[in-house]
Design a protein around this ligand. Sequence first.
Ligand code: HEC
Ligand code: HEC
Length: 265
Amino acid sequence: MRRSMHLVLIVGAAMAVTLLSSTVGAQEEVDGREVFLANCSGCHQGTGLGVTGSFPPLAGNENVQDTAYVKAVIVEGKSGPLDVLGVSYDGAMPAFPDLTAAEIDALVAYIQAGVFIPAETGGLEPGDAARGKDLFTGSDRLENGAPACASCHTAAGFQALNGPALGPDLTDVANRYGGEEAVAAALVSPPSATMQPLFTDNPIADQERADLAAYFASISNVRPSGGPDILLLGGALGAVAMFALMLLAPRSRRMGFARQLRSQR
Ligand code: HEC
Ligand code: HEC
């Protein structure tokens, strides 16, 4: 008797908790601006003005008032020729299949309201390509502590010693993105699911973005390297050989000792 009472109480409490948490979940506000800054502003800019010729503006763009169209672009991505406010675009926007329905609703409302970050905060000082190279290779550390680009990327034949690169070669990234300014803009929120978690907490500082973009623009005509640099490869093989020796050395010493023991018996 007692036990069944307890059971009823426990089940009842569990139901109440479930009900409560589901209503709380439904009421939780999604901030469209945050969703925009985390996913879209890297290309379309915090100002919503985009980058002329590369990323179309969303501010002042009538197409964004078509809710079904905007949702389809977000969920499926978009590529192919497009004219916005008299400028031609022919790029590719990735799909964002992981955004929830609530995030998409908030995002679309934010874009349609057209109240973006004011344009004055979008300007960058001209970049320094030499400093950009140092930031890329890791000779200079990124101010906010993110790992050097070269720990995951190659560019213009530069390859770090830690084996095959995790990310794509960036030699021609300035060409593909449509110039220095577009690269600097994209680095606000790097277009990579691998980089996002690392760079959201440790963003690339404004001047660093400009410097890196200047570096990529300066190498954009270098032929991307087909394979690893021969010298670096030599170094890597040397390192592997040293490592093998280190593993073998104590073992052979041990075996020699064993042999000595045996011969003494
Ligand atoms: C990697 C860069 C990039 C990111 C990130 C990006 N876009 Fe785009 N977006 C583009 C490009 C490039 C186009 C133009 C594609 C084409 O030429 O067909 C575009 C087009 C659009 C269009 C169509 C504009 C029109 O006039 O038809 C909308 C709407 C849009 N993006 C919204 C978003 C939203 C919302 C997000 C964030 C969830 C986002 N974009 C993230 C690059 C990007
Ligand atoms: C932890 C590894 C890692 C680090 C560090 C890293 N990236 Fe990436 N990056 C990637 C990966 C992986 C991709 C490919 C997209 C993906 O899979 O997420 C990528 C993609 C990119 C792209 C898009 C490339 C394209 O072809 O469109 C750019 C631009 C980029 N990274 C720039 C940088 C810069 C600049 C730095 C240094 C400030 C950097 N990355 C540091 C892993 C990294």
